[in-house]
Design a binder for this molecule. Structure first.
Ligand SMILES: [Zn+2]
Length: 285
């Protein structure tokens, strides 16, 4: 037996603890505590799984592989038919195509109010005064509290969706012109875009899929017959005069989002793969 790999003196795979990286140091067996230049931070909710140390001309390199502990099961062969669409609402945080609603949590609105109160306190007090310094500190703490709560809510909501579905269709919100609308403000308030990045990361780590689809017209088109049924923002119900379809506005939009994702090439490929596997598994006649 010869060659590189595990026996190479230039490469080691020590067993490390999940908390081996802290404050710019890494703790390795035999080496002990070593100073570390970290190129990327370890994201929240992830644990260090394996570690490899490589010797290069300009020093030692440590490569860490991470594991997301918060997603319970990994499905390498996702089911393309286990799919839901989600719609961002002005009223609710999200509505799925199965008409499951996730409300914007009450505490979030409350802490937003408190944030405004402290913000006023800061601007009322004289610049440079101790009173203003105190209020500024208070404001910083409140901001962190709001951010923490929101993140926690986003993680829980993403987990709930991925527990039930293998594929989640979303509106592609990277659209020009959206910034001017009322919907854009609601998206900012609810932190929709940071939620989507958490959802996408979690899905990727679990071998599942998030599919962004074209956003235009999802609330106007009828999810049953496809004809456009124009309605203003305050109209909360979709009543189709062409086919008689009648359902909640956001529910209708979520079904459209789901339908638009159905033709995604990854889903088609997965269906084909499942079909071929099914053929192979059939006993010969
Ligand atoms: Zn219709």
């Amino acid at each position: 037996m010869r060659g590189a790999g595990h026996n190479s003196p230039h490469r080691l795979n020590p067993t490390v603890k999940s908390d081996c990286v802290a404050n710019g140091f890494i703790t390795l067996p035999k080496f002990g505590k070593v100073k570390l230049i970290q190129h990327r931070p370890i994201p929240d909710g992830f644990k260090i799984k394996t570690c490899s140390v490589t010797k290069k001309a300009d020093g030692y390199y440590v490569t860490l592989s991470l594991e997301d502990k918060t997603v319970p099961t990994i499905k390498p062969d996702f089911n393309p038919d286990s799919i839901t669409g989600i719609d961002v609402g002005l009223k609710e945080f999200l509505t799925t195509s199965d008409n499951e609603v996730t409300a914007i949590p009450q505490y979030y609105r409350k802490s937003q109010k408190r944030l405004r109160v402290i913000q006023k306190r800061v601007s009322r007090r004289k610049k440079g005064s101790i009173g203003r310094q105190k209020a500024t500190k208070q404001l910083g703490r409140q901001h962190k509290k709001v951010a923490d709560k929101r993140k926690d809510f986003h993680f829980k909501t993403a987990n709930n969706l991925l527990k039930k579905h293998d594929v989640v269709a979303i509106e592609d919100l990277n659209v020009k012109g959206l910034a001017r609308t009322r919907l854009a403000k609601s998206i900012l308030d609810a932190g929709w875009s940071s939620f989507l990045s958490i959802l996408t990361n979690k899905a990727e780590n679990a071998g599942l899929l998030v599919v962004p689809v074209k956003a235009s017209g999802t609330s106007q088109d009828c999810s049953s017959c496809g004809v456009k049924v124009p309605k203003k923002l305050h109209i909360r119900w979709h009543d189709c005069p062409h086919c008689g379809c009648s359902l909640d506005r956001d529910h209708n939009a979520a079904i459209n989002i789901k339908n638009r994702a159905e033709g995604h090439p990854v889903l088609k490929a997965q269906r084909l793969r499942t079909a071929i596997a099914g053929l192979v598994e059939k006993p010969p006649l």
